[in-house]
Design a protein around this ligand. Sequence first.
Ligand code: AMP
Length: 381
Amino acid sequence: MSILPPGSTLGILGGGQLGRYMAMSAQSKGYRVAVLDPQEDAPAHMVANLKLVGPYDDPESLRQLADCCDAITFEFENVPASSLEPFAAKGLAIRPGPKALASCQDRILEKTLINHCGIETAPWKPIHQAQDLAKALAELGGEGILKTSRSGYDGKGQARVKTLDDAQAAFAKFGSVACVLEGLVPFALECSVLAARDTDGHCETYPVCENAHQDHILDVTICPAAVSESSARAMRSRTALLAQELDYVGHLAVEFFVLPGGEVLVNEIAPRPHNSGHLTIDTALHSQFEQHVRCVLGWPVLPYESIQTAAAMANLLGDLWDHGEPHWERLGEFPDVRLHLYGKAKARPGRKMGHLTAWAESPLAAERLVRDARAALGSAA
Ligand code: AMP
């Protein structure tokens, strides 16, 4: 195992909250951080040692970043594969590697890889042209969810389709780009497994998190999830297997559907720290960001477990600012709840501005606490 020495520079493509926490973790170990993001006031730019403002495919910005960093990572999977070329040309460590990025940014490749490992997903069909829709829809029972193969997130690039007309209209609306049509999964729960894998191939997984969404955006995460031992074991072992299959180095999250009988299906792989892992900042000995930068910089992954019996995280979206500044003073009533804000100047509906983490003696109590604290922010005492 070869460690990049402190004092080296970590480059990060993407300057959102994930990039910001990665930067702070790396800096706490004496590394320098250079961040490329198109937005001047991106959250990670506020903490970076070197801030580069430009598009992710701008050759000059990429060259500048490649010139000043010793390893490169990214905070989102839609980085164009060509953006990694300047780093590969200089022989820099790209972690996670191009195979993981390519596989996770294209749903067709991703599902093919997952199924190839013998791991089940929702039933799905690739859609390359409008003519593929009729047969696929019939094979999936006449309804499903059409998802663009690339560039979708938080429910964008997705449409529930109940008829061939719906499917054709959605396909046209997406610009007739490659898509997948997925059968509807009657899931009981949605879960995620956080994992980190180092350059020696050691992989550590975190206890399973349970995720509740609102309007396709993660709303609340609870840990540990209310699943059986065997479902939890199945999710954690599938995550480790996928990380191995992707030659993965860094932190990832695998999202699962849990069926009413306890069977698990992989929904998707996020090749980066994940919103459902934010609670690890406060409730794990080593957060997902600490684990990510350790692995990326060549350090061994550490045991990954919670130091609290149970925890919950609630996102703070821009909607909370609809009636003015939230009542931050109300958090004084909640000593077991911690506030995180990402430094974003403008609140917009649906925009992730920050989150709350709560810990308690049971997952239910932690969930109640974090929801109560968030509700309190919306009204004066
Ligand atoms: P995704 O972007 O693929 O994670 O989808 C966003 C959300 O849509 C998921 O978290 C689920 O709540 C829902 N969803 C996605 N795919 C399916 C499916 N095949 N069946 C039922 N619900 C789904």
